[in-house]
Design a protein around this ligand. Sequence first.
Ligand SMILES: [Fe+2]
Length: 231
Amino acid sequence: MGTLTSLGEDLFVVDGPTVRDLGIPFDTRMSIARLGDGAIWISSPVATSYAVLAAITALGPVRYLVSPTPRHYWRLARWHTLFPRAELWSSPITPVTLKDGDLPLTGLLGDPLPEAWTPDLEHVVLGDALLRESVFYHAPSRTLLVEDVIQVHELLPGHPVSNAVFRLSGLMAPDGGVSRDIRLTFFDRRAAREAVRKILDWPFRTVVLAHGPIVTRQAKAFVARAFDWLL
Ligand SMILES: [Fe+2]
């Protein structure tokens, strides 16, 4: 089970357990930002230990639980039980949203973001009707938070099927990328290109992937390479 790890100015990550989707194992990671007013904002919360929960609550009041991709919506349910007063925010619900019951959402992610989140956080919505991910930029730590749209998977000894799926999807380490099925959901290529250009305009130095490593070297080149098929 992961520990609470600081990534710089008021940004933290915790690695979660491996979860399975259609039998394929995925590493998980959540990101935690302490906003300017002291509130704690958590993206894609994961199952964790009591020690980590205690460390998070010591940072400040947990006020926002966020699923920036329809595929992580289910992860809000347990955390909503733990922090019933926290606001729940999700990317738009679509046929591919992985739900675990109906949750009392405060809102759907779009523009503008709640005022309390800015100026610490900005986002760009990437994708179309099926799969819309909010890619967040945490300005104080100059970090980009990416959930599903870019992934990097290591070769898993003894998992030939998973390895084949990741290889065919174009997600294998060291480079990973945007999976071929997600690329197919980008119907409006021009809008997607514009969104990626906005992302690349942010002066980020670090990329946190929910499914993959934390990229601290040549972060911008890493993102540009992941979208070279689009740009
Ligand atoms: Fe995911």
